[in-house]
Design a protein around this ligand. Structure first.
Ligand code: IVH
Length: 708
């Protein structure tokens, strides 16, 4: 019999060994064992932990696989505010920075570091164990994303050695290496999902995922560049970070001490080129005064330290020839001109195409076929043309003539008022529009028909099996199995994911219809407000626009969509196929908050934010995400965001504590005063302005008397 003690000791040993190999692999990039052996060890640990939940530990390496539990992020106040840096693109300004520092302090040393292009994070360690990970947020308070950060393999869950402070914070950047970014976008493309613009957005978006198991698969990384604490081991930045590296943190090797402006400029010149071969994105260099005593002398401005500055690299440019222009037709008929370029190397990849946006942009830049043009990678996936090199223009070049008819179906193009793009109005029979609508419909965020991909949709369309989204529901496995490249198994997969899509909730079906400008959020709003497709279909433009979620552009698009006989016929066929055209009935306790817009903000003692949201909806109210002029009241917990508070004050919106809100739901029946708001001016004077005083909103004194 294996004793309890023996199991405990085996678990502890496995954890230590896995932590060691994790660090070797993800921090030092020098693995000592094979992936196979690592996985076997991890499986053994997971099995033992599952059998012995009494040995659960939040810092066990097994937590790195994440969990499927959906979690909301709590707002946490930073013990030390997370400031940003002042930026410059100019070496002259940087020279001034160095000169100012040298004038104010004697013998300054500068630590130069790469500026990692991701999203800032603050990690708190207590007794060498990761306690909390919080995003920057507004600098004063951020979101607690600990569960997600635990899945990032390079973040130590337990520290090595014994010379770390009992309690300290270390800050850095969570970023997505190019390899992870490319893999993620390839997966999204295959699933027909919108591509992520750049690794920075991808990192920030991933960190806010509600399921840590999703984060675990995305390949994020984390580098640390600043320690904060009341009792740091050393009195300089360099020494502290060097020590932090020994505790197991990933601290960049690119860090250097420079003593003069020329040395700083040399560092910048080196990395401006060398960064192009780094496997992760950087967008500049950060220059920091090393000694804390000198930092104290230099102090802070309102937003940033006077002892540090960020020098940003200019976006890379390349000069190449414009060979030709193609015109792409999107699912809504929007025409996008795309430049075909002579292949040229730019920021690590070969560029062959660039977006030209629309006719006006081509005219504004006077771009002509055969011109030498500058291409630049901005925040977007596809590079853009920024300028024409006129000195190299051929004398016989001619101004560019924009197309007048759809390149796919020949229909004359139209331009809608206020829109820069041209459109092909032939929604019914223009091939890329039809395919685009079907591909949009099967997307994960819409009907999630994951057996199908863009290629199969094309195949089905070409073979005449589908011509619109409703045809999907008439498909039979036998028809599919006869298609080239589709085996029996994939045919069955397709059919079963089509069948499963019948239970996809109404708001996603509405989104899947592909009505112009109706994104996920608008679809959610329409579904919860109107409840049924019939109500959405019969709503007037004015009724649609009752909420600020729907502006005139969206309302017009909805009205136009349902005015088409063809669309109505498709909706009817989908209805007959059994799709959800009605929002699920939520338990409705009363209509006491009918028509009321309520914002939830801060951290609560007795309820989760989801519970509060459900309470609002169960009484007929609507949970709004941001404060606006039509907000009726805010349910505020501890640490309500300062931005929300300021806006609430300005607009004179009521603030209720959690207890008051609960009491309100109990008493509201008698309180008919709900209909009239108090004058706003007096209210705004009562609401405290200092963030520290926000807690006072929990005291009834702030919202005394009649609540509305
Ligand atoms: S130091 C008070 N060092 O750039 C200074 N920041 O606007 C705190 N960043 O929010 C930041 N690399 O997200 C520092 N080596 C580096 C950095 C870095 C990237 C980001 C960070 C910060 C922003 C500055």
């Amino acid at each position: 019999m294996v004793s309890h003690e023996q199991i405990k000791s085996e678990i502890e040993q496995l954890r230590q060994r896995l932590n060691y190999h994790n660090h070797k692999y993800y921090v030092e990039n020098s693995p000592e064992i094979s992936d196979f052996d690592f996985d076997a060890m991890m499986r053994r640990l997971q099995d033992l932990e599952a059998e012995h939940p009494e040995f659960y530990d939040s810092t066990s390496p097994s937590v790195r696989v994440g969990s499927d539990i959906t979690s909301e992020f709590e707002s946490v106040r930073h013990r030390y505010p997370m400031l940003s840096l002042s930026n410059t693109y100019s070496l002259d300004e940087l020279r001034e920075f160095v000169a100012r520092v040298e004038k104010e302090v004697q013998g300054a040393e500068f630590v130069c570091e790469l500026k990692f292009d991701g999203t800032a994070i603050s990690l708190t360690y207590e007794h060498g164990r990761l306690l909390r990970a919080v995003t920057r947020g507004d600098g004063e308070q951020g979101d607690d994303v600990t569960a997600n950060v635990r899945t990032i393999r390079s973040v130590p869950l337990r520290l090595s050695g014994d010379d770390y402070p009992d309690y300290f914070e270390i800050r850095g950047e969570i970023f997505m290496p190019y390899a992870s970014f490319d893999r993620l976008n390839a997966e999204r493309e295959a699933a027909g999902e919108a591509l992520l613009a750049n690794p920075r957005n991808a990192a920030a978006g991933t960190l806010k995922q509600q399921q840590s198991s999703v984060v675990a698969k995305r390949g994020l990384d984390c580098t640390l560049y600043q320690m904060a604490g009341d009792a740091l081991p050393y009195k300089s930045h360099w020494e502290n970070l060097t020590l932090a590296r020994k505790w197991g943190f990933k601290v960049s090797d690119a860090m250097r001490i420079c003593r003069t402006f020329d040395e700083v400029a040399e560092y910048i010149a080196y990395w401006d080129t060398a960064r192009k071969s780094l496997p992760f994105p950087t967008d500049g260099v950060v220059i920091k005064v090393n000694e804390f005593a000198q930092r104290r002398l230099l102090g802070f401005t309102a937003k940033s330290p006077r002892w540090a500055v960020a020098y940003k690299f200019k976006a890379e440019q390349a000069l190449t020839r414009l060979e030709s222009v193609d015109f792409q037709v999107g699912r809504t008929g929007a025409i996008t001109p795309v430049a075909n370029l002579s292949p040229v190397l730019l920021a690590g990849t070969t560029v062959r195409r660039a977006t030209l946006h629309n006719a006006e942009q081509i005219a504004a830049l006077d771009i002509r076929i055969g011109d030498m043009v500058y291409v630049e990678k901005g925040g977007e996936i596809i590079p853009k043309i920024t300028e024409v090199e006129l000195s190299e223009r051929q004398p016989d070049s001619e101004p560019f003539k924009y197309i007048e008819c759809c390149p796919e179906c020949g229909t004359p193009l139209v331009r809608y008022e206020g829109e820069a793009k041209h459109y092909c109005p032939n929604a019914a029979s223009c091939r890329p529009q039809i395919l685009g609508r079907i591909i949009h419909f099967i997307r994960r965020k819409a009907l999630n028909i994951d057996g199908l991909g863009a290629e199969t949709v094309e195949l089905l369309f070409e073979s005449g099996l589908i011509a619109n989204i409703a045809d999907l529901y008439d498909l039979k496995a036998v028809d599919l199995a006869t298609l080239p490249r589709l085996g029996e198994k994939s045919a069955d997969n397709i059919i079963s994911s089509i069948v499963a899509s019948r239970s996809v909730p109404f708001h996603r079906v509405l989104f899947g219809l592909g009505i112009r400008f109706v994104g996920e959020t608008t679809a959610k709003y329409l579904a919860s407000h109107f409840r049924t497709i019939d109500a959405v279909m019969s709503a007037s433009r004015e009724e649609l626009m009752e909420s600020e979620e729907v502006g005139d552009k969206i309302a017009d698009a909805i009205v136009e969509y349902f005015a088409s006989e063809e669309n109505l016929a498709i909706v009817e066929r989908l209805r007959r196929a059994g799709l959800q055209f009605e929002a699920e009935q939520k338990e409705q306790h009363s209509s006491l908050l009918e028509g009321k817009n309520v914002v939830i903000s801060g951290k609560f003692l007795d309820h989760t934010r989801d519970e509060l949201k459900e309470m609002i909806e169960a009484h007929g109210g609507r949970n709004q995400s941001g404060v606006s002029a039509n907000t009726d009241f805010i349910v505020a917990g501890e640490n309500m965001g300062p931005a929300k508070l300021q806006k609430a004050q300005k607009l004179g919106v009521k603030i209720l504590s959690e207890q008051e809100f609960v009491a309100l739901l109990g008493n509201i029946a008698e309180d008919e005063a709900l209909e009239h708001k108090e004058p706003t001016a007096t209210k705004s004077e009562e609401v405290p302005t200092e963030p520290e005083e926000v807690k006072a909103t929990k005291e009834p004194s702030v919202v005394q008397g009649s609540l509305f």
